[in-house]
Design a protein around this ligand. Sequence first.
Ligand SMILES: [Ca+2]
Length: 274
Amino acid sequence: MRTFAALILLTLPTLASAAPPVLDIGGSCPGMLNIDITEATAEGSVWVLIGPGEGLWALPGGPCAGVATGLSDVSHVFSAGADGAGSLSLSPSAPAGVCSRYFQVLDLATCTLSDAVPATGAPVDAGGCPGLNAMANPSFEDGLTDWNVSGFGEEWTDRDVAAGSYSMDLTSGGSYVESFPSLTPVSSLSSASWQWKSEDSGAISSVQWDYSDGSSDSYLFFSDGFAPAGEWVTADILPFLDPSKSVSRLRVYGFSGGDATPDSVLIDDFRFCY
Ligand SMILES: [Ca+2]
């Protein structure tokens, strides 16, 4: 026991003081990624791990066997060497299939890990999805990024939200937001929904979408789609989507009709979860 305790005393400070490597991913995906690794052990070796998502998958072998990664699984590993400053840069060509993946760097000398970083370089906002969300910026937390708008009256607002800090207000029947989901088979989606809210129980709103095969479809939400008025209500179009196809574009219009209240509908919290 004394030997074991001494070993811990000798070992813990060493590991605790080992700074983990830092991983930064830029460039474009698909295209050429710029992978910059810093603060690795000088002249040491690193593994770059690639996996499908974040998790706690443990390394089954190698010099750091048993270490829990920040990935749910690891599909690819490649090794590289750091320079005398503990840095290295890689510029691999990344096909589209890589863009939904996460990267993590393991310093083989210290068995420390960088943060898990998505191939797209920025944290992926999955919104309310337990896994991945085919919609980018699904809750308007990043403004209008990844959305097209009609220009006929869309207001990014923090006045009232279903999730996060921001939502979008469509102020007329002609106004819309439009997004291009990552191509995911409808059969893989566990939800295709969003939240919306109108003060008007007589509201009618159109939703249109394209499939990746070039076909299109639409659905008209009548008052049932906004009931009860004045509360956030789930709009669910999964039952209306063709399970043999993938949605490539989704457009949600503001509403018209109903009573004399302003034609305004707040939308938020898109969940095309898979
Ligand atoms: Ca939001």
